[in-house]
Design a protein around this ligand. Structure first.
Ligand SMILES: *[C@@H]1O[C@H](CO)[C@@H](O)[C@H](O)[C@H]1NC(C)=O
Ligand SMILES: *[C@@H]1O[C@H](CO)[C@@H](O)[C@H](O)[C@H]1NC(C)=O
Ligand SMILES: *[C@@H]1O[C@H](CO)[C@@H](O)[C@H](O)[C@H]1NC(C)=O
Ligand SMILES: *[C@@H]1O[C@H](CO)[C@@H](O)[C@H](O)[C@H]1NC(C)=O
Ligand SMILES: *[C@@H]1O[C@H](CO)[C@@H](O)[C@H](O)[C@H]1NC(C)=O
Ligand SMILES: *[C@@H]1O[C@H](CO)[C@@H](O)[C@H](O)[C@H]1NC(C)=O
Ligand SMILES: *[C@@H]1O[C@H](CO)[C@@H](O)[C@H](O)[C@H]1NC(C)=O
Ligand SMILES: *[C@@H]1O[C@H](CO)[C@@H](O)[C@H](O)[C@H]1NC(C)=O
Ligand SMILES: *[C@@H]1O[C@H](CO)[C@@H](O)[C@H](O)[C@H]1NC(C)=O
Ligand SMILES: *[C@@H]1O[C@H](CO)[C@@H](O)[C@H](O)[C@H]1NC(C)=O
Ligand SMILES: *[C@@H]1O[C@H](CO)[C@@H](O)[C@H](O)[C@H]1NC(C)=O
Length: 564
């Protein structure tokens, strides 16, 4: 009896004491926000009391206020202290200083249902541990400084300029600022649309790096109404143990103005090779990293990056292949390793052994890559347009070439080739499979063709199917939905710059010869897609598939094909 009495009195007393303490205790509130005008301010409202926040870093507002009893939220105030915008929800009290929160985003982090790592990474991979791409979080990148440099960049949308600016990375906990970073517009076709992509390059001769990386790309995702194709594709390459950039979402600001939701990826330039293949070793001397780009801008020699052999080595240096890393990058001789490989491809015959192939190429990795070109419907890749592929000459394996892919936007239901071919379960129908020199030759060997087919079926069953992928996709979609709405509503900096299709560049007779059959010619009937329909379907289009419909139809087609 006495005991009970003590308890019932003691507990409320104890709670009251805690409350008194809590009322007195201040914490720091921090939120990223962008008021519409300079005379507006940002405040935190704690249990109905307004506390001012001060601006730091241009877009961050922070200040001291008591721990909340019931709720807190942030608001944008007019200069007359009337509320302009208040958050759409209230936040639960926190007892310690907040992380770097974001205005009008209810959660700071999300639980992502990751893809399973179904294959061990290729033996050449030795990737650094890095917090660059934190799953379940959306960081912020603020590019700032010289306003005329920003204008110069945006007013010359089609030109290759770079300007010096600063940028600040704001994660939940960490803030890092970098000065004198080279900022450029990135991509080729991505410059035709008003939501621009950017490249960030930190000074070579400095220790500056963001979680181990010096060169980054901010992908606008502007041609993908689902916003998730690149995220899904990069995550799948990684799950299959291939070399690949990581991918994460960031919110981009330029000089205090919100620009939009972007994909952050790594640029394949030194020191990237060391971070992917040598655990970040500062003394690592990278081998040659060749990139196939179909053909260079203004290229005059009629050669493409299809891995055809040319006896004249200067043909490799005509623009169709770039060298992204290596001892030197400009001279014809720098293409020797590539020429040697293409000669091997041309000359390989019935006597050529699997071992000889393996001395030239990491064939396991190449098979995985070709499986994923097919399964993910990569329509601007090696098999399709001899584009966006890399061959790394790995010094650890005496120059064995490692194949990998990048630039994964026209995938998973957006296609430059006829959709029925991309959805085929018959792997020989994938555009380019029997057309491009390397696939044509290597898959003429049963020793490669049989494991290729097994792997196609294995990765369909273990990875690229709705059961595995949809939970991942759904969890990412949940994380980005509010930011997609934000992105959609923001004014775009750039303009449409679609060049007139000249009859000479994609001449019918010419492209029939140089590209595999199935390249689309008509782009007129594209139905507009909402975020929801681009992810889940129906696409209401004969030329596009939603991401989920593509995965469902493709995996079903493969399984049906191999069942017969
Ligand atoms: C909490 O912060 C407010 C506003 O800065 C200040 O007036 C108050 O004295 C602080 N209280 C404590 C216990 O530090
Ligand atoms: C908030 O401020 C902007 C810019 O001044 C203004 O256009 C908008 O109408 C304001 N909203 C409200 C609800 O006052
Ligand atoms: C970068 O920041 C520094 C220090 O605030 C400033 O002096 C410099 O002008 C900025 N650089 C640019 C390009 O705006
Ligand atoms: C700002 O950028 C412009 C264009 O790149 C350049 O001409 C100018 O010198 C820069 N100003 C400063 C102070 O660096
Ligand atoms: C290609 O040619 C155009 C027009 O002559 C020129 O403006 C552009 O700078 C050239 N591009 C390259 C990469 O040389
Ligand atoms: C190789 O091709 C280049 C043009 O790219 C040409 O100038 C050169 O004469 C050629 N060399 C030989 C040996 O044919
Ligand atoms: C490629 O280079 C290797 C080693 O230097 C050499 O043994 C081989 O004969 C070359 N292959 C071709 C096709 O030239
Ligand atoms: C697969 O496609 C190729 C090329 O179109 C065709 O020759 C072959 O008969 C097809 N295989 C099956 C099993 O349908
Ligand atoms: C495919 O999976 C089967 C069964 O798990 C396995 O025996 C086979 O080695 C796998 N093949 C490849 C190419 O991974
Ligand atoms: C391309 O050719 C067609 C028919 O030959 C012609 O009608 C059209 O104007 C041409 N387009 C351009 C951009 O030259
Ligand atoms: C599909 O597209 C057609 C033509 O663009 C349009 O009339 C129809 O309403 C669309 N249906 C849906 C379900 O979006």
């Amino acid at each position: 009896m006495i005991l009970t009495l003590t308890k019932t009195i003691a507990i409320p007393l104890l709670l009251a004491a805690l409350n008194v303490n809590a009322q007195q205790q201040n914490i720091t509130y921090k939120v990223i926000a962008s008021p519409y005008t300079s005379d507006q301010s940002v405040v935190v409202v704690v249990d109905n009391t307004v506390w001012p926040l001060t601006n730091t870093l241009g877009i961050m507002y922070q200040g001291v206020a008591p721990i909340a009893q019931t709720e807190y939220h942030y608001a944008i105030m007019e200069s007359n202290q009337q509320v302009n915008t208040t958050e759409e929800f209230t936040r639960s009290p926190v007892s310690e200083s907040t992380v770097n929160e974001f205005f009008n985003r209810e959660k700071n982090s999300y639980q992502i249902k990751s893809l399973p790592n179904v294959m061990t990474p290729l033996h050449s991979i030795n990737r650094i541990q890095s917090d660059l791409h934190i799953e379940g979080q959306i960081s912020t990148i603020h590019i700032w400084g010289n306003a005329s440099a920003v204008s110069l960049l945006h007013e010359n949308q089609l030109e290759d300029l770079d300007v010096e600016l600063n940028f600040t990375y704001i994660g939940l906990q960490e803030v890092h600022t970098f000065e004198n970073v080279k900022v450029s517009l990135a991509g080729r076709s991505s410059r035709y649309i008003p939501k621009l992509s950017y490249g960030l390059k930190m000074k070579k001769k400095s220790d500056d790096n963001l979680f181990g990386y010096k060169n980054l790309k901010l992908r606008s995702l502007g041609m993908d109404p689902s916003y998730i194709r690149e995220c899904v594709a990069y995550s799948t390459l990684k799950a299959a143990g291939l070399p690949a950039s990581g991918f994460s979402y960031v919110r981009l600001f330029i000089n205090n103005k919100p620009i939009g939701l972007y994909g952050l990826i790594e640029t394949f330039q030194d020191p990237w090779v060391a971070s992917q293949f040598a655990g970040g070793d500062k003394n690592y001397e990278s081998g040659y990293l060749y990139q196939g780009v179909t053909a260079g801008d203004n290229q005059t020699l009629p050669v493409m990056s299809n891995l055809d052999y040319h006896s004249n080595i200067s043909y490799y240096n005509a623009g169709e292949y770039k060298i992204k890393a290596g001892p030197s990058k400009k001279n014809d001789e720098d293409y020797t390793r590539l020429q040697n490989f293409t000669q091997f491809i041309r000359d390989a015959n019935a006597e050529t052994t699997v071992e000889e192939w393996r001395q030239q190429l990491d064939t396991d990795g190449f098979l995985r890559s070709m499986v994923l070109e097919n399964l993910l419907g990569l329509s601007d890749a090696y098999m399709t347009l001899v584009n966006n592929f890399y061959l790394y000459s790995d010094p650890k394996s005496s120059g064995q070439l490692v194949f990998f892919a990048a630039d994964l936007d026209t995938t998973l239901g957006i296609s430059l080739f006829e959709m029925n071919m991309m959805l085929s379960g018959n792997f020989t129908e994938h555009p380019g499979f029997t057309f491009q020199p390397l696939t044509k030759k290597i898959f003429s060997y049963e020793a490669f063709s049989t494991p290729y087919q097994e792997l196609l079926l294995n990765l369909t069953n273990s990875l690229v199917n709705p059961t595995i992928m949809n939970p991942f996709i759904d969890s990412v979609v949940t994380m980005i939905t509010r930011d997609v709405k934000w992105d959609d509503a923001l004014p775009k900096i750039g303009s449409f710059n679609i060049p007139p299709i000249s009859n000479t560049t994609i001449d019918d007779s010419m492209s029939l010869e140089i590209f595999p059959p199935g390249l689309r010619r008509s782009w007129s009937e594209e139905a507009p897609q909402t975020f929801e329909s681009a992810v889940n379907g129906p696409s209401n289009s004969t030329t596009m598939e939603s991401v989920k419909d593509f995965i469902a139809k493709k995996s079903q087609a493969i399984i049906t094909f191999f069942n017969n």
